[in-house]
Write a protein that binds this ligand. Structure first.
Ligand SMILES: Nc1ncnc2c1ncn2[C@@H]1O[C@H](COP(=O)(O)OP(=O)(O)OP(=O)(O)O)[C@@H](O)[C@H]1O
Ligand SMILES: [Mg+2]
Length: 521
């Protein structure tokens, strides 16, 4: 033992002496060159190669550093024991409610990709002197060093880095709160040149809570899934990676709730485009260019936002309380006659389907309306609106979902007689899910009372609809009798009319009938 200590002491003495000699004999530049030479010699003999990924490259943040950090965070959290120590760093990013793990300073982690093992080291050194920079630099220099066997380099390096980028994007999306963007500031930009304002998107609506026909729901979910997984398909078929949805139906049937459910399902951001705030087609295009991939671009109540009825007329439209001049179109092209400084249907069609619509990818356009009949067919064609989804009044299957949402009860928990009665009246009542939700929310503390009140509300509404229909039938009959009487009183007139063509009379009768129906509605 004594001998061992003597050897260690003499070795340390030799080390101290050589260091003093090195410092005294070699000037700093020479020392640096020697170290470099030793490093090169070591690299030539070593079977490993090393890649440094620094946090800041020049004055720019190195995106790859962030990607590696995120990627390693998933491995670090799951394999804490694989690191050389049990210390991990924890971070929570801006706009993120998730905590991410990271390698602590100067720690190592082994990763395996395609059967090849590599080692990551997180290297942190103090920044020696603050060099001149337009922005303050962190006090520490941070970077990752990737070590892999030289023979594996050509085999995995490129695909490994691609994989890391992809994985990092996935983690970023999963961790980051989704955002709801709006263009409520009109055309003005913020300090970062952004036309969109954003807030965290926290809408709780999901496909599970959405009350609609289960078959239709499953179809939409599968369509969305296919879309999100369809990158290869869209590339192969030469189509832009986007999809259009038109949600239409009466107010309160869940169109906005469906958009929130779609965003939550795909984990996409939402851009709520307020068309009445957009003044020109150019502004619309700029807004589109500033949207990100993996997002849903929404235009609600499209029929109220812009005159979309006739592309071939010059019209002055009143939109959101302000007068707007539409341009003249010939098959959707803007005439350059001075009035093209406004937003037009042509601009909107280009927005959804033109070349500019492909400036990003993986985007869904959703339009909503209460009046589908008011929309120009050009807007409705496939490619622009691929899926037309009718959000209807509450059906019995939808009602069961609402009962589960608000009262927490399944059909088995409801008395058979009540359930049967509910089934009989739901369709006839034509109540919206919003109306039914209101009845259930008010009485949610007492399930029995809630069911009673709901049944009563449905019954009253169904009765009202039925008597309305009867009244309509009686009115139509009465009118028809009057017509008949008039025809008998003046047979010549009636005969002439008949000679002119019964369809005219028939159309007149139909018009009359339509007027009565509209009046009653
Ligand atoms: N299908 C539905 N499933 C679950 N809840 C619904 C549904 N439809 C409506 N609701 C409830 O009613 C409220 C209003 O619904 P929503 O705003 O989605 O209707 P909308 O169709 O967008 O109406 P509008 O045409 O007036 O914009 C929501 O907060 C939601 O709670
Ligand atoms: Mg809505």
């Amino acid at each position: 033992m004594k001998e061992l200590w003597t050897t260690v002491a003499s070795l340390m003495g030799v080390w101290a002496f050589s260091q003093t000699l090195l410092l005294a004999v070699f000037p700093p530049q020479l020392r640096f060159a020697l170290i470099k030479l030793f490093q090169r010699l070591f690299n030539c003999c070593s079977s490993y190669c090393y890649y440094d990924i620094t946090e800041i490259e020049g004055v720019n943040t190195n995106e790859l550093y962030n990607a590696v950090q995120l990627y390693l965070s998933s491995s670090a959290s799951s394999s804490c024991s694989a690191t050389s120590s049990n210390r991990l760093s924890l971070t929570r990013g801006l706009n993120s409610s998730a905590i991410t793990f990271g390698l602590s300073h100067n720690d190592r982690l082994t990763d395996v990709f395609n059967g090849v093992s590599v080692v990551w080291e997180h290297i942190v050194t103090p920044r020696q002197s603050q060099t001149f920079s337009w922005r303050p630099l962190p006090e520490e220099k941070r970077g990752f060093t990737l070590r892999m066997n030289k023979r594996d380099k050509s085999y995995i390096l490129e695909s490994y880095l691609d994989f890391i980028n992809e994985k990092a994007n996935e983690i970023r999306r999963k961790n980051q709160d989704r955002l709801l963007y709006t263009n409520s500031r009109g055309g003005s930009l913020d300090s970062r040149g952004q036309p969109w304002e954003s807030v965290p998107f926290k809408h709780p609506s999901t496909f599970e809570t959405l009350a609609m026909d289960p078959m239709k729901k499953a179809e939409i979910m599968s369509d969305l899934r296919d879309f999100a997984d369809g990158q290869a398909f869209y590339t192969r078929t030469g189509r832009a990676w986007k999809r259009g949805y038109l949600l239409y139906g009466p107010p309160g049937t869940g169109k906005s709730s469906m958009i929130a459910a779609m965003a939550n399902f795909l984990r996409y951001d939402i851009y709520d485009l307020e068309l009445t705030e957009v003044q020109t087609n150019l502004e619309l295009r700029k807004l589109l260019m500033k949207t990100s991939s993996k997002s849903i671009i929404v235009i609600e109540d499209i029929d109220c936002s812009i005159n979309l009825t006739n592309r071939k007329e010059t019209t002055t439209t009143t939109t959101g309380g302000c007068d707007r001049k539409s341009s003249t179109f010939v098959d959707g092209d803007i005439e350059t006659s001075g009035t093209n400084n406004s937003i037009t249907l042509s601009g909107l069609l280009n927005f959804t389907d033109g070349l500019w619509s492909c400036c990003g990818s993986e985007r869904i356009f959703v339009f909503t309306t209460n009046h589908i009949e008011k929309l120009d067919p050009a807007l409705l064609r496939s490619g622009r609106m691929d899926m037309h989804v009718f959000m209807s009044h509450c059906s019995f299957p939808s009602l069961k979902i609402l009962l589960k949402n608000y009262l927490g009860c399944t059909p088995d928990d409801v008395e058979t007689a009540i359930l049967q009665r509910l089934e009989e009246v739901t369709d006839a009542a034509e109540m919206t899910p919003a109306d039914i939700s209101e009845v259930l929310i008010k009485n949610r503390r007492d399930n029995k009372k809630a069911l009673r009140e709901l049944l009563e509300a449905l019954r009253v509404r169904a009765e009202k609809n039925r008597s309305g229909l009867q009244r309509l039938g009686a009115d139509v009959e009465e009118m028809a009798e009057e017509e008949e009487k008039r025809a008998l009183e003046s047979p010549k007139e009636g005969g002439d009319a008949a000679a002119d063509g019964g369809c005219v009379e028939e159309e007149g009768g139909k018009e009359l009938e339509d007027n009565i129906i509209m009046g009653l509605i």
